[in-house]
Design a protein. Structure first.
Lengths: 622, 100
């Protein structure tokens, strides 16, 4: 394939879902009623074609001598000397991303056909979902930060629309608002960061910025490696956007609430693709971040703290989707930790395997919820292994990959991250990561045991449909074997020579999740999970963890409440009080003077005469 | 030859009578007549001053005042008649609906 064909294929990848979304949105406006099969065909077909194009791109990119396609399709805007191009940049990183988005996206679209079959807003659902995929593809393919930001905001919008998809319930709308507003906080930071970059370099082209930045801010001032300079500010502002989008500390609390949306949406947006956009952003701008050791430390610290907090919060949840949401936050914490350690390929590799096994877990949770008649609480399930063997199998694979049991996909990526941490002598972070791995394995198998073992509490009233089984099986295979070929990824970034590690340490990291699983099994056998707690202290700890370390309470108390109080006290507009006082004063004068207007003519003439005499007398006397 | 002071005092007396009339009368017609008296007091003063200064300006002024008075009465009486038709009274103490 020549270069021209490749660029055309590249353009087709985001345009196909966009075309389908446009059709699905416009059809009701012209009151054209599309049959359900056609909607499904359009949505899934466009995705499948995009996935096919991606496969061709894989092939084509491998044939090129330098595996990068950079093509400018036109100028988006031109203001003075500042211009923004509409250009795509495809390299190994974005190729991995579009493969995940189109591949997992196609499977989730197919699954949705079965899952949303009974929903009356079938068409609206697929319009949003296709629009999301288009925006996400633009995000990862953009060659400049503004086009990336367009996709960034596009996915934010679709996330908002899909969280609040069942908009007749107030809770869902509130969750959607929360997600939108909290990510907007980060996006504001990111926008300011972009302004700073334009101010510094006069361009938003990502490659150009990274080249210029390395010249402008050489990493030579080793006397103060943690200086708070311009590059650090830019990186921290970009990091703010990444933190908001990826649900990291301190903007993580929207993600568990975002589970109000349909489950395939949680799988696609809030597990596999959108929430990893922050990881992608940092990996994309890694040359910029490397110039600021302080920013790198921040990334690692945020990742480490988040992964631990979220993993501990997942220990006590009872809603199956909330457990998975917290585990998503925790796993993205691992990716941030890897990014902070400079192991971009490890982070992106974990992103990929996570997309597989977390999408699998969410979709099988969706199948579970579908079969159990919208039951979310894991403690009202139990003993479903025999009743829903397929869902059980998928859950088992997903949990094993999440727990990074040996030879599953999650195992390779997480081991790689742990290894890189040791390579970079970040032992403190390594300990946190190991503790997180223990907790992860523990809560994922707690989930599995509570739902599928023990005695049956509720009978499933349905079995998953065929359109759900196919994506589940494919994802299960990916979750098992997805960790096998990371060569393309490692080639992307300069590979650092891996040191030889003590065999004991490697054995230890492998043993930790297995021990956690065994521990979880013992605790399950003892009936610890779901038991009423007797001690008040333990209950307090449980409630604290259950609320996700009480971040919502904190924000409510320190941000929402003061703001509401301020807004309420300002209900009558303090600034307007000055002009209102002026109005009141002139009204008072009016009342006073209108007393003089008695309406009696003789009174007027009398006062006229009196005044004239007085004035005359005054003139005569002086 | 009448002395100047006489004319001055006569004019003043006329003016005060006019003012007094405006202040004490209740009937709008009489108030108008009192205003006419005040105008005439001023006119007399003009004529006397013109004689004193030996110039014709004051007498021309008198003619102007005469015209003014005539037109004022014409308008005033017209309004008066309208007023009477509407309210059937010319008592200014009862015509006090225009108050603040």
């Amino acid at each position: 394939m020549d270069h021209q064909t490749l660029t055309k294929l590249l353009l087709a990848v985001p345009l196909l879902p966009l075309f389908s979304a446009t059709l699905l949105i416009l059809a009701p406006l012209f009151s054209i009623k599309l049959p359900k099969q056609l909607v499904a065909l359009l949505a899934v077909g466009s995705m499948a074609t995009a996935a096919l194009c991606t496969a061709f791109l894989h092939q084509g990119l491998g044939d090129l001598t330098e595996p990068v396609i950079q093509h400018v399709y036109g100028t988006w805007m031109q203001v003075g000397s500042f211009s923004v191009a509409f250009g795509f940049h495809l390299d190994a990183l974005s190729l991995v991303m579009i493969s995940i988005i189109t591949g997992v996206g196609t499977l989730i679209h197919l699954y949705s056909v079965g899952f949303m079959d009974q929903d009356k807003d079938f068409q609206r659902y697929f319009a949003y979902l296709n629009l999301f995929v288009a925006a996400m593809l633009i995000l990862v393919l953009a060659d400049n930060l503004l086009l990336l930001f367009l996709g960034w905001e596009g996915v934010g919008l679709c996330s908002y629309l899909l969280i609040g998809f069942w908009h007749s319930e107030t809770n869902n709308n509130q969750a959607a608002n929360k997600a939108f507003l909290m990510t907007r906080i980060g996006d504001t930071g990111m926008a300011i960061g972009m302004f700073l970059l334009v101010y510094q370099f006069g361009t938003l082209d990502i490659q150009q910025i990274q080249i210029s930045a390395a010249e402008l801010w050489p990493l030579s001032n080793s006397s103060a490696p943690y200086a708070f300079d311009m590059v650090t500010i830019c990186c921290l502002l970009l990091l703010a956007g990444a933190v908001g989008k990826s649900g990291q500390l301190p903007l993580q609390s929207w993600l568990p609430d975002a589970m109000a949306g349909p489950t395939p949406v949680s799988a696609l947006i809030h597990a596999a693709t959108m929430v990893t956009a922050g990881v992608y952003l940092i990996a994309r701008c890694h040359a910029l971040f490397e110039l600021s050791p302080l920013a790198m430390q921040c990334v690692a610290a945020i990742g480490a703290i988040t992964l631990f907090i979220a993993a501990s919060a997942a220990l006590v949840q009872s809603d199956v989707k909330r457990i998975l949401a917290y585990s998503t936050i925790s796993q993205i914490g691992y990716m941030f930790l890897a990014l902070g350690a400079g192991a971009y390929s490890a982070a992106v590799f974990h992103l990929m395997t996570h997309a597989f096994f977390k999408a699998l877990l969410f979709l099988s949770a969706g199948a579970l919820i579908y079969c159990m008649h919208h039951e979310h609480n894991i403690f009202r399930m139990g003993g479903l292994r025999k009743k829903l063997p397929l869902v059980w199998g998928c859950f088992l694979v997903g949990c094993a990959a999440l727990a990074s049991l040996p030879l599953m996909s999650g195992f390779f990526s997480k081991e790689l991250i742990l290894e890189k941490l040791l390579d970079n002598h970040m032992y403190g972070y390594w300990v946190v990561a190991i503790a997180g791995a223990f907790l992860t394995a523990f809560y994922s198998f707690r989930l599995l045991f509570v739902i599928f073992e023990g005695e049956t509490k509720k009978e499933p009233d349905m079995q998953p449909t065929k359109t759900m089984i196919v994506p589940l099986s494919v994802l299960a295979l990916l979750a098992i074997f997805g960790g096998i070929q990371p060569q393309g990824l490692v080639a992307l970034f300069q590979p650092t020579a891996g040191q030889e590690h003590n065999i004991g340490i490697i054995a230890f990291t492998i043993a930790v999740p297995i021990c956690a699983v065994l521990f979880s099994f013992i605790q399950f056998k003892r009936g610890v999970f779901g038991r009423e707690l007797k001690s008040v202290t333990l209950m307090r700890v449980r409630d604290f963890l259950y609320s996700g370390w009480a971040f919502d309470w904190f924000y409510q108390k320190f941000f929402v409440k003061p703001f509401v109080t301020l807004a309420e006290s300002n209900k009558n507009d303090i600034i307007d009080q000055a002009s209102i006082a002026l109005i009141n004063f002139s009204r008072l004068l009016n009342k006073l003077f209108s007393r003089l207007q008695t309406g009696s003519l003789r009174w007027y003439s009398g006062s006229l005469v009196l005044f004239s005499v007085a004035a005359l007398g005054f003139l005569i006397i002086t | 030859m009448i002395p100047q002071e006489f004319v001055l005092f006569f004019s003043l007396a006329l003016f005060c009578i006019g003012v007094f009339g405006v202040l004490v009368r209740r009937n709008l017609l009489f108030i108008l007549i009192s205003i006419e008296i005040m105008l005439n007091a001023v006119a007399v003063l003009f004529v006397a001053a013109s004689h004193y200064h030996n110039s014709g300006d004051g007498q021309i002024m008198y003619l102007l005042i005469l015209t003014l008075a005539a037109s004022e009465v014409a308008v005033g009486l017209g309004l008066l008649i309208q007023m009477y038709r509407r309210t059937h009274t010319l008592d200014v103490d009862r015509l006090s609906s225009m108050k603040g």
